[in-house]
Structures are given as structure tokens and as C-alpha cells.
Design a protein around this ligand. Structure first.
Ligand SMILES: [Zn+2]
Length: 217
């Protein structure tokens, strides 16, 4: 299903970053030839990583190192059904594992300490704004840029797809929308791969995102 993915967080980030832009420009001028720098922090997305509740996402973060562990809820209120899990596995095997990230499934997830499981996938609509299909938030910020554990929550009843899982996972590893990339691109620019919004059901990571990931991790 193609959906009206209107990520309100982008608008918030733009507003926040307009204010802090003058103070934080250290990320500008990274010397590589990517189509655009859409890896947090960018010139336009640099508000600082903070620990948040699911309904309050104001910040963008990136995962804390190249070892990317993930878990998919297998019970409780946010359980993923088999097709949803297949979509997450599809983006991990086709999109993220071929990058410089080292991706592995953590069947015994850790929710405390200094090395928590990096991404927890959930299915559900609790605390998701009505115009949003999925969201990613940091539960435990490590520092100004990095997060030890992030949650991805995507609505049930057919909203999970490889493309949307790729998009939300992208946020977890630090990728941002075109509107806060440097240089700024349209949110629908196809060269943003699965970071376009709205995103197609089978959209892949794409060269620009891969280049930004591999230059970061
Ligand atoms: Zn998004």
C-alpha cells in the first residue's frame, strides 16, 4: 500500500534547526561526492540526540556504532506478524547488510546497560500521529549525536513493507529527509532511495544512502 506518509517530525526539525543553524555548522563541508549529505547531523538537522517517549519525537539521532543489532517484538501489544517480520528481514538482508554496517538479529534483546539492542521493531498505532505511518525514536541517547537504542513502530494491518522498514531503519542509522539534507533536496527526490516520503512498498536503500552510511560507519 502506498500511503500518505506525512512525517510531521520533518517540519518540527526544520523549525528547530532554523534556530540553531548559526551555532552548529561543524558538520558542513564534509568532503565526499555523495549526491547530498543526508546523514545526521547535517547543516539543517542538528538539534541534538535526546532520549524520548514515542509520542514526543523532536530529535534525530544515529545509531552508536557499525554493529547494528535488532529485535522484532514477538509477543505483547506490539507484536509483528510473520509478513511484517519478513519485510524487516528483507530490508536488512537486501539493503543494510551489504553496507559497512554489521547487521545481526538479537533474539535475546537487551533493554538496559551500555550496549542495548540497537533497534526494536514494533507493530502498532499507539502514540503515532494520525498522519504518520511509522516513526523512529531514541530511547537512550549516548551523546549529542548517537543513540544506544531506538524503537521503530509501524502501524498494523498492512502498513509494514520493505520500503517503509527501510525508511524507518534509515532514520535509526541517521539518515534524514531531503528537506534537511545538505544540499536540500525534495522529499520526493528518487535519488534519496527509501528515504523519500512517501516511500513505495519495495523501494531500496539506493546509492546516496549507501554512500552516506559507508562514510559514517
Ligand atoms: Zn521519515
Amino acid at each position: 500500500m502506498l500511503t500518505a506518509f506525512a512525517d510531521k517530525t520533518a517540519a518540527r526539525i526544520v523549525g528547530i534547526c532554523t534556530v540553531v543553524l548559526v551555532v552548529l555548522t561543524a558538520s558542513a563541508g564534509i568532503a565526499w561526492a555523495a549526491y547530498t549529505d543526508n546523514m545526521y547531523p547535517t547543516q539543517y538537522a542538528n538539534g541534538g540526540c535526546i532520549s524520548e517517549e514515542p509520542n514526543a519525537r523532536q530529535a534525530t539521532c544515529r545509531t552508536d556504532n557499525a554493529t547494528l543489532t535488532y529485535y522484532m517484538d514477538s509477543g505483547g501489544d506490539f507484536e509483528l506478524e510473520t509478513p511484517d517480520k519478513d519485510d524487516v528481514r528483507a530490508t536488512m538482508s537486501n539493503d543494510y547488510n551489504p553496507t559497512d554496517l554489521s547487521v545481526s538479529y538479537d533474539s535475546t534483546p537487551s533493554f538496559s546497560g551500555s550496549a542495548e539492542t540497537d533497534i526494536i521493531y514494533q507493530e502498532g498505532s499507539a502514540d503515532i500521529p494520525s498522519s504518520v505511518d511509522g516513526m523512529t525514536w531514541c530511547n537512550n541517547a549516548s551523546n549529542l549525536d548517537e543513540c544506544d537504542q531506538q524503537f521503530v513502530r509501524i502501524r498494523g494491518a498492512g502498513y509494514y513493507s520493505r520500503g517503509l522498514a527501510c525508511h524507518e531503519t534509515g532514520h535509526a542509522v541517521g539518515l534524514v529527509h531531503g528537506s534537511v539534507s545538505s544540499p536540500i533536496k525534495s522529499n520526493t527526490d528518487s535519488r534519496l532511495g527509501c528515504m523519500v516520503t512517501p516511500v513505495g512498498t519495495n523501494t531500496s536503500l539506493g546509492d546516496n544512502n549507501i554512500e552516506n552510511i559507508n562514510n559514517t560507519y
